[in-house]
Ligand binder design. Sequence first.
Ligand code: 1GP
Length: 240
Amino acid sequence: MKSLLYQIEQAQNTGKKLLAVLIDPDKPSADQLKATLNAIDERVVDMILIGGSQVENNRTDQILEQIRPHSNLPLVLFPGSSNQITEKADSILFLSLISGRNPDYLIEEHIEAVPLIESTRLEVIPTAYILIENGGSTSVERVSGTKPLKRDNVDLISRTAKAGEYLGMKLIYLEAGSGAHSPVSEDIISEVRKRVSVPLIVGGGVKTRDQIEKIYVAGADMVVIGTAIERDPSFLSELK
Ligand code: 1GP
């Protein structure tokens, strides 16, 4: 089987747009999780991301055990810290929060994670994670103790993304924050798209089909949706 990164790069090369559902291990009840998994049409959704800013020890492991029997999709860790690493997933977005200046989220957590990852068969995908201001405070901001990049400083945002690419990161993730009032703007996405050549992921605050389409047109290769599906899993059926 081809690596997930290869599949994402192939999708970018062929213009196929990808959709990921984000499940925060601490959030759904058993019933909510069941409803979400039932709503996931594997012709529409390409992968499931699992992660959150703060998740109890072992909770990620438990939720993957619940998801695995009900899904053939790639299960991808999107961890807020090294305590969310488990061999029960397929891949891990190895995130460096390059919009911030907290060494813990730039390199320290990563060093902690090494022995944990070495004991698994996870595919490690180096990912530049860029938090962009959205008017409200986000849990990434609170937990990481970093400031997002100002949304009107598009040059700084696109230079940061390019620096991530030059550092060897294989994906760029533009994050407005979970539950953000609105997604990252099309202007920002298109400027970053012009500057970087690796696949571009956009998440945070995406709630409508129209927003998803605009994000794709602006140049994103993958959209991530969490809160809108947590609140109403039937949202996924609108996307068919
Ligand atoms: C958060 O980008 C993801 O890390 C998804 O955000 O919960 O707002 O969809 P939402």
